[in-house]
Design a protein around this ligand. Structure first.
Ligand code: S3P
Length: 182
């Protein structure tokens, strides 16, 4: 699904949004390779800037402090060009973040069903929000709460039945289409 991108926007970058485990990092790296763009991950920027892991930040300072750091990283991206930006799963919940990303990026949401997400994240342990006694319920609840934000993306791509490469090729295709229409 694609929404018409407003002509006033300058699409210098691609921002990937979506829930944890939808493939933003892997797809982002592939897209960057295909377009010869730089690749940047907002979680990595936070980790290298603070010298701490996301889990440590959540544990010691709490989620609100993490969201503040996330917002600062988004504001620092405004001068970027030719970059694929992979974002943390909760980043678009703050409307200011999405508004800011849209000023310079085509915003693409990678969408997956809760079942598929669980399949992908069940053997991973680095995500503080999934350290819950019932992570499957947590995924369904969080995904439902975030759906309205994810659906504000310019492009929504269902990744359930596509390989990472197929998703990456689709992202490149949509970007070329939108960028050439400017
Ligand atoms: C989060 C997703 C994580 C990371 C943090 C919070 C979320 O990023 O930013 O653990 O709120 O969904 P990924 O989506 O890259 O796992």
């Amino acid at each position: 699904m694609t929404r018409a991108v407003n002509n006033d926007r300058h699409l210098a970058n691609i921002a990937l949004i979506g829930f944890m485990g939808t493939g933003k990092t892997s797809v982002g790296r592939l897209v960057a390779d295909l377009l010869r763009f730089d690749y940047l991950d907002t979680d990595e920027v936070i980790q290298s800037g603070t010298g701490r892991t996301i889990a440590e930040i959540f544990q010691n300072d709490g989620e609100t402090a993490f969201r503040t750091l996330e917002g600062k990283v988004v504001q620092e991206l405004t001068g970027r060009k030719r970059t694929v930006i992979a974002t943390g799963g909760g980043l678009p919940v703050n409307p200011e973040n999405l508004t800011s990303l849209k000023t310079h990026s085509l915003v693409v949401c990678l969408w997956s069903s809760p079942e598929k997400i669980w399949e992908r994240v069940r053997h991973q342990s680095h995500r503080p929000l999934l350290l819950d006694k019932n992570p499957q319920t947590k995924i369904s609840e969080l995904l439902a709460a975030r759906e309205p934000f994810y659906k504000q993306a310019d492009v929504l791509l269902n990744t359930d039945l596509r390989s990472l490469r197929e998703v990456a090729v689709q992202v490149v295709h949509q970007f070329r289409l939108e960028a050439s229409g400017q």
